[in-house]
Design a protein around this ligand. Structure first.
Ligand code: ADP
Ligand code: ADP
Length: 236
């Protein structure tokens, strides 16, 4: 089953006194359910802009985006971020420092307009905290966590509502090298275990090759290669 389908995505940014800058120049992607799909390429090649269009944080100039067969971007259609069935983790993971670990993770459940009992909230939060191995620090302030723990907290918050698609924009690049290696393995294991579909953005080739089911290599706003890590590695 197809989870995400992106067709002919184009995004221009206005530039003072010049013609617009084309950040994304006709990107198409098809991601099956359960994949860890990576956009790989140098800084400025359009990875984040593509991801932000999928997230609904940018409105593309043209193209079509479907999530599980439902258009979220099409002519005259723009489904807002909060009504797309997605979870997001970014490089600056923006946890809320004044809240406990528990409350950071519970927050998306408190604001989505669905009624839940306290018990339901607590169960679900504890379940997700267990999944990312933060159960025993639930009542700590988020600022007391280590870098790796903060990263796992951001992941827990992205997963709490069981999104259909997880968007990961350079989620490991703020971590030191050793921790990054460890988190690569953890993130990939978790993604497999939960069978969540993920769209992952990185400029790090080793990271992409070790973590992905498939890779789209981007350059100057376009996809220039696509395939499994093995296929990509064999045609450098
Ligand atoms: P990547 O994620 O691969 O580093 P981006 O998608 O962030 O690339 O950027 C693609 C291009 O669009 C770059 O040339 C970048 O400078 C430009 N760009 C990104 N965001 C903006 C913005 N908000 N305003 C203007 N130009 C932007
Ligand atoms: P009450 O005791 O009023 O029935 P709860 O026990 O459900 O309410 O939770 C009260 C508050 O305690 C929650 O809003 C949450 O902030 C915090 N909390 C609940 N469970 C945990 C937990 N396992 N770890 C840390 N904080 C928790």
């Amino acid at each position: 089953t197809i989870c995400l389908d992106v067709r002919d995505l184009v995004k221009d940014y206005p530039v003072d006194g010049a013609s617009d800058h084309r950040a994304v120049g006709g990107v198409s992607l098809t991601i099956a359910e359960g994949e860890m799909y990576t956009l790989l390429g140098p800084s400025g090649c359009g990875k984040s802009t593509t991801l932000r269009c999928v997230a609904g944080l940018e409105q593309p100039d043209s193209g079509r985006i479907e999530l599980a067969g439902v258009p979220v971007v099409d002519q005259g259609v723009h489904v807002p971020t909060e009504r797309r069935d997605i979870g997001m983790v970014f490089q600056s993971y923006a946890i809320w420092p004044h809240m406990s670990v528990f409350e950071n993770v519970a927050f998306p459940l408190r604001v989505d307009g669905r009624r839940r009992t306290k018990k339901e909230v607590r169960r679900r939060v504890e379940e997700v905290l267990g999944t990312v191995r933060l159960a025993d620090v639930a009542s700590r302030s988020a600022t007391q966590l280590s870098g790796g723990q903060q990263q796992r907290l951001a992941l827990a918050r992205a997963l709490i509502r069981e999104p259909r698609l997880l968007l990961l924009d350079e989620p490991l690049s703020n971590l030191d090298a050793r921790l990054r290696d460890q988190m690569r393995v953890e993130l990939r294991d978790l993604q497999r275990r939960l069978n969540v579909t993920a769209l992952f953005v990185t400029h790090d080739q080793a990271e992409a090759l070790s973590m992905s089911s498939r890779i789209a290599v981007m350059d100057q706003g376009r996809v220039v290669q696509e395939g499994t890590p093995r296929e990509i590695y064999q045609r450098p």
